[in-house]
Design a protein around this ligand. Structure first.
Ligand code: FES
Ligand code: FES
Length: 164
């Protein structure tokens, strides 16, 4: 089947998609967006989290055919790639600075989930952060540095608001 979808703001037409193919496969193997990771392929770990029409979704659980005519944003799409010097999104930068990345398998999903959390709740409490990220599993960091990164990104977002 043919799937026409908008990926990170750009329209893509993908042919020969088979019925059992996941959105995650389409992203990673067909259109060259390997940021979303494939760790469990069962909707358990959150490493494949992307926005589907603005809502965080596990790309491994979405059939590629279901995104026909819809919009998908991946971790790659959060960075500002339009400038001469591409810039990380503040959430990505905070994860980098806080050392919240070890093997990196969980990181893309955590960044999308954190981006979504801060869009809904710019000043989350620690319990709210934990709840929002409960679907994103990390085997490496012990979560403390991830919490630091979310707090830093939130703080910077709040400072930015204050500067306006
Ligand atoms: S790979 Fe999709 S939830 Fe784990
Ligand atoms: S950094 Fe390895 S799973 Fe989170």
């Amino acid at each position: 089947m043919r799937v026409t979808t908008t990926l990170n703001g750009t329209k893509h037409v993908v042919d020969d998609v088979w019925e059992g193919e996941s959105l995650l496969y389409l992203l990673r193997e067909r259109v060259g967006l390997p940021g979303s990771k494939n760790a469990c392929e069962q909707g358990e770990c959150g490493s494949c989290t992307v926005y589907l029409d603005g809502l965080p979704s596990c790309a491994c659980l979405v059939a590629a055919g279901q995104v026909n005519g819809r919009e998908v944003t991946t971790v790659e799409g959060l960075a500002d790639n339009t400038a001469e010097e591409p810039a990380l999104h503040p959430v990505q930068q905070a994860f980098l600075e806080c050392g919240a990345v070890q093997c990196g398998f969980c990181t893309p999903g955590l960044i999308v989930s954190t981006h979504d959390l801060l869009a809904r709740n710019p000043e989350p409490s620690d319990p709210e952060i934990r709840e929002a990220l409960a679907g994103n599993l990390c085997r490496c960091t012990g979560y403390e540095k991830i919490l630091d990164a979310v707090r830093l990104a939130a703080q910077r977002g709040t400072d930015e608001q204050g500067d306006r």
